[in-house]
Write a protein that binds this ligand. Sequence first.
Ligand SMILES: [Zn+2]
Ligand SMILES: [Zn+2]
Length: 337
Amino acid sequence: MGGPAEFGASKVQTNGRGPNVNHATTAPGPPVATVRPSTSIPSRIVTLVAVLVPPLGVLSAIGVLWGVAVRPVDLVMLVVLYVATGLGITVGYHRLFSHKSFKTTPAIRGLFAVLGSMTIQGPVTQWVTDHRKHHALSDREGDPHSPHGHRDGLFGGLRGFLHAHMGWLITTKGMERGRRYGRDLYDDPVVRRIDRLYMLWVVLSLGVPFAVGYAVDPTLRGGLTGLVWGGLVRIFLFHHMTWSVNSICHTFGRRPFATDDESRNNWIIALPTFGEGWHNNHHAFPGSAIHGLGRRQVDMSWWTIRLLERLGLAWDVKVPAAERIARRAGAQATPST
Ligand SMILES: [Zn+2]
Ligand SMILES: [Zn+2]
């Protein structure tokens, strides 16, 4: 799926309301590399269980601890901060900074960069360069977080899952940080300033829920309860949801577009990731601001971009032309799993 040259080279028109803006997604191909074989069925099952069980455990904990160590204000903070910081990743880090799928003001770029930093997934330059490398080498040698091509059988599947979901964070994350995949970001003073202050956003991400929890119940326990639910649990949940795009959405789901990787559309992941689970659509049209291309494909990140556009705060919004979507969908799509 296109090398780094593609990220700023799309043919764009302004005011993309509906599928009427042409977007060039066929940039020159990536370096030649061997396609990795896809993962076996047992490994897919392991992936599904390991990703879905921990968040279900958190939901159980809320039920068990309700009224004891969870207050309504904690859940409100959990939801509000999950949505706000999550959009910082999906709209900001991903669609704005990684793929340049729309343009906006420096203040809004800064806001999305700060909100994304508050998910504690790394500074903008690190996240974006890793992600652009993922698109350049999807499921091939050099992809920072492919679940495929590790080993066969249950052990190999588990290994592939662990690598795609979390293992890559301590092995390959940040390896591509630099101008090769991120020249535009290093030339952007807003991004550079916010990246330099990364630790401040981390402290804020934990400090805000502590302060609100303390304001409601001015004891150490009040502050810590806010910190746990509005900070730690919220970060844990969104981490897993984001990593699920790398692991589950390259393993389970439908492939309406015959991309040269293992990307898949998965509605279960699309909901808590605000549309990022329409991952096969995204690999087919990486520069598109909209990922939910189907009528019932909920895409909250796209709604956010449309809202900004209607407010006059976003422009040059890229969406693929309807004919182009139809043409690609008709071209040898592989069966769903
Ligand atoms: Zn992918
Ligand atoms: Zn992407």
